[in-house]
Design a protein around this ligand. Sequence first.
Ligand code: IPM
Ligand code: MG
Length: 358
Amino acid sequence: MDAKIVLLPGDGIGPEVVAEGQKALNAVARKFGHRWEFETCLIGGCAIDATGSALPDVTTVACKQSHAILLGAVGGPKWDDPRAKTRPEAGLLKIRKELQLFANVRPVKAYDVLVDASPLKREIVAGVDILFFRELTGGIYFGESGRRPHSSGEEAFNTMIYNTGEIERITRMAARAAQGRRKKLTQVDKANVLEVSRLWREVSQRVVRDEFPDVQYEVLLVDAMAMHLISKPKCFDVIVTENLFGDILTDEGAMLPGSMGMLPSASLGSSGPGLYEPIHGSAPDIAGKGIANPLATILAVAMLLRHSLSLETEARAVEAAVDTVLNAGHRTTDIAAGGKSVSTSEMGSLVEAQITKS
Ligand code: IPM
Ligand code: MG
């Protein structure tokens, strides 16, 4: 297969981990006889420095013409001034909207060899296997916002809006995924307070009842979910929720397997390229030190192969290579629990060699 893949290294540790993701992609190409054409583009803080925009038009155009996009991370203290005209994060929000990537898919899976790196007890975490579907192009992140004068100074507002179609399409995607797994879907909302949540509940309930009768559907309020996610995470299979709740819950969920450095994500639309990234951020405190864990990005590569290129065997080969390397005891500092560790590029090379050997 020939495919065009856009690399968006971004800021902080982004370039370091994307380089290792590219190594894995190249190993797959050699092993399975594919050809990737790579194009590297700017996004985030480095794009602001170079062009004034967090998402230059050339980046958007390249992404739209690609089969898939591999992103590192955006942001850092250098661009954190609240009065700045633009912020790195704006580039991320814009690319999601431009490519209509309405579904953010985040698997949270406990690796048995890493369970003791989790801040939670082994008996709670071992065996956890959750698939989050976070709505990504609607809700309060994209609603009308602003500031206006107020007798005490100023007031600011953000608006949360969702329509039937937006809820239907992500519910369908999540329910379809549940059908291929343990057939359970949990919809998270705040329907005891928010009108938007009441629409979510009505619509998602109807979609599952009418179109996915074999899927067990339950609803949970977001505050309760925040508790259950750490008290009984094994009870969940697929979770679907709106943008802001999903942002918060997926970070909470990321703590279950021990390190954020292990978790990939995919942002998908109904057609066109998907965007794949590690869920950890730009980690400016460790940028340039060569100690970042590249496994989340390498696992994002597996998702890219699976979802955008339909290369299931290749995706599994990458995941199996990661398993083998972990089982052999290799660790980056974040998962080494104070023990011996390898660098970012050593870890990438270990996985690369394992893909080649498989
Ligand atoms: C994420 C990030 C982004 C988000 C930020 C950087 C805008 O936290 O992908 O979860 O909130 O969506
Ligand atoms: Mg987040």
